[in-house]
Design a protein around this ligand. Structure first.
Ligand SMILES: Cc1cc2nc3c(=O)[nH]c(=O)nc-3n(C[C@H](O)[C@H](O)[C@H](O)COP(=O)(O)O)c2cc1C
Length: 629
């Protein structure tokens, strides 16, 4: 067979290990971590899914090497804990049985110990240890590690690495980036030591070298050791890419794969985890530069989800391996689809940060576009239904399409009707916002999946009561979505007003000075886009905060963009829309004009409950899904 992406599909030999392709699964923390730090069965299933999906290697997230001085990252691999070695062994097994190489990331969070700890009392009672004495911006005191403690931590890397090998892991990733302990030693910003571990770059690399040597002692020869580093810390006072190149050259003799990430968790979250506002592959230049100076294989990462782009990265010699984290939540089967030339079926990550935010909020893992995430143990197989039925789906938005796809995979006869002439529902609106292109693409991907599964799609067809009765389906899925909320504010139905959902069709109506009326997620994102287009944008919001419902990871990055592109008016209640702008009442009760010759109405959505009520009795089995409920 001729592979469409030969470079991505090419095996890679490192030491005695052969990776089946160049698409690796980046470390991502599981959520099912037992109280004593073992990998719970749900997390094992989480990692197994990435093995099943075809990744060359699957990295189990941060395993803390020295619990005495670190409490941040929850996995331990420690013979003093009952079940610790067993759970790691089952996890390595689960990954390997699908042909992927199981790897485990060893880490220490240093002065940020306790960052993720759910037990906040324990977090408060901990000591934080870093390269140097300091007080963190949040007031936490950090003590400089003594040489005895450094020796002890280095020894723990050796012990943990040896145990990981015993458990069946076939590669160790040493986490030397993202602002954690090894990175703190490498950094001139964090490391102010005057002994042999501080000062010159050689000295700042000493701790990393000792760790890498200890890991080698733990695992023996020919066993791949990967070093994850930030190519640059990307903040004022941190180390630069030039330093990153030197660090790579100094560490190269002690490692087998150099994994080049970017930034630090605490001072550049949006660099380490590129948001939707950044270019895909915005950090590749770091790996590409470092690769010019080393001969070991180099890996790159950051906002990658497009096989064509990833193929090109390898073909052009910018990196040898591409790592993905979020893209493999959205579609764990991305590598398999690439290997099978089925790349048009890939469900792309939206970079919405639901995955990371849900962990922070509810200690679960979720994905906006992949309902299986967090439920891997329930299995990804769709079983044939014992009785084949006729299923009518009303509405061709994302919910309707996915429901139709699932029903068809179960073997049902499925007809999906969409009243408009194009499929996609509310996602159609996203096509005008380049940074949300994946969200628009999603409808096309779901449509393709549904059609391939055998769904019959009828566009320009509204499911009325009569239509449903005539079709006489066994089951009716009502996925009629929502409609924009347009309150009876004078002037809001004027010629100069564009409903945010229709912006893609009515772009030319938006003038150079525009008021975005409504500062929820849709309003904020539209305001950013219009600002990027060079328009003068005013953003009006009745509440005291913008996008209060946006998730905790996306929101700060969204607000940063808003600060660049829009003038914000919170606590402004809109009274009237005119040709000159929106008259509002401000917090002090004064009437003020927010100027703009055109207005975007982004005041929210309401379920189409009328459609739902109308169709409720049109089949023996009725389900209401998505925005319609
Ligand atoms: C849900 C989630 C959990 C993560 N957990 C870890 C982790 O435990 N250790 C780590 O080094 N990086 C972790 N990361 C960072 C990723 O490995 C990766 O560097 C980052 O997400 C950028 O890659 P991406 O754009 O492909 O998502 C995590 C990322 C995500 C999305």
């Amino acid at each position: 067979m001729v592979r469409k992406y030969p470079n991505l599909c090419k095996p890679l030999q490192v030491g005695r290990v052969t990776f089946r392709n160049r698409m690796f699964s980046a470390p991502m923390g599981g959520t099912d971590i037992t109280n004593d730090g073992c990998i719970g069965p749900k997390s094992t299933a989480f990692y197994e899914l990435r093995g099943k999906g075809g990744a060359g290697a699957v990295t189990v997230s941060e395993c803390m090497v020295h619990p005495e001085t670190d409490g941040s990252h929850a996995y331990h691999l420690d013979t003093s804990i009952l079940n610790s070695l067993a759970s790691a062994t089952y996890t390595a097994d689960a990954i390997r049985r699908h042909g992927a190489i199981p790897s485990i990331e060893l880490s220490h969070s240093g002065m940020y110990a306790g960052t993720y700890m759910t037990d906040k009392n324990r977090q408060k009672s901990m000591h934080q240890w870093g390269p140097s004495d300091t007080v963190r911006p949040d007031g936490v005191e950090v003590k400089a590690l003594t040489k005895e403690l450094i020796t002890d931590i280095v020894a723990s890397y050796k012990e943990t690495a040896a145990l990981a090998k015993r458990a069946g892991f076939e590669m160790i990733m040493v986490h030397g980036g993202h602002g954690w302990l090894i990175n703190q030693f490498l950094s001139p910003y964090f490391n102010k030591r005057t002994d042999e571990y501080g000062g010159s770059l050689e000295n700042r690399c000493r701790f990393a070298i000792e760790v890498l040597k200890a890991v080698r002692e733990g695992v023996g020869p020919f066993f791949p050791i990967e070093f994850r580093m930030s190519g640059s810390e990307l903040f004022e006072g941190g180390y630069t890419l030039e330093d990153g190149v030197e660090i790579a050259k100094i560490l190269e003799p002690y490692l087998d794969i150099l994994h080049v990430s970017a930034g630090t968790y605490q001072r550049g979250f949006g660099d380490t985890h590129p948001s939707m506002f950044k270019e895909h592959g915005c950090n590749v230049y770091l790996a590409a530069e470092i690769k010019k100076h080393v001969s070991v294989p180099v890996a790159t990462i950051g906002g990658l989800n497009d096989p064509a782009q990833m193929e090109q990265i390898i073909a052009e010699g910018k990196a040898d391996i591409v790592y993905m984290a979020r893209a493999l939540l959205a579609d764990p089967f991305l590598p398999r689809k690439v290997m099978e030339n089925r790349d048009e079926e890939i469900v792309k990550c939206l970079r919405c940060f639901t995955c990371m935010a849900e962990r922070a909020a509810t200690s679960t893992r979720r994905c906006t576009v992949n309902p299986l995430i967090g439920r891997e143990m329930e299995g990804d197989e769709v079983h044939p239904a014992p009785v084949k039925k006729k299923v009518l789906v009303a509405g061709g938005g994302p919910g309707g399409l996915y429901a139709a796809y699932t029903a068809a995979r179960r073997g049902h006869q499925v007809i999906l009707c969409e009243k408009e002439d194009k499929i996609g529902g509310i996602l159609k609106s996203e096509q005008a916002l380049p940074f949300k292109h994946e969200m628009y693409e999603l409808a096309g991907t779901y449509e393709l999946l549904a059609r391939n599964a055998g769904v019959e799609i009828r566009t320009s067809t509204e499911v009325t009561k009569e239509y449903a009765e005539k079709e006489n389906a066994d089951a009716l899925i009502i996925a009629a979505g929502s409609r924009p909320l347009v309150p009876p504010i004078p002037g809001l139905n004027g010629e100069n007003v564009v409903i945010v959902n229709n912006y893609y069709k009515e772009k030319e109506k938006v003038t150079d000075e525009v008021v975005v009326f409504g500062g929820g997620l849709a309003g904020c994102e539209c305001a950013i886009h219009l600002g990027m287009e060079g328009k003068k944008v005013h953003l009006v919001e009745m509440r005291s905060e913008l996008a209060p419902d946006a998730n905790v990871r996306h929101r700060p990055l969204l607000l940063k963009e808003i600060a660049k592109y829009a003038e914000v008016h919170t606590n402004y209640r809109g009274l009237e829309v005119t040709g000159e702008g929106v008259w509002c009442e401000n917090e002090s009760g004064e009437k003020v004009l927010v100027p703009g010759t055109s207005v975007i109405c982004a005041l929210g959505q309401r379920s189409r409950t009328d459609v739902v009520e109308n169709l409720r009795d049109c089949a023996p089995y009725v389900a209401v899904i998505g925005d319609a409920r």
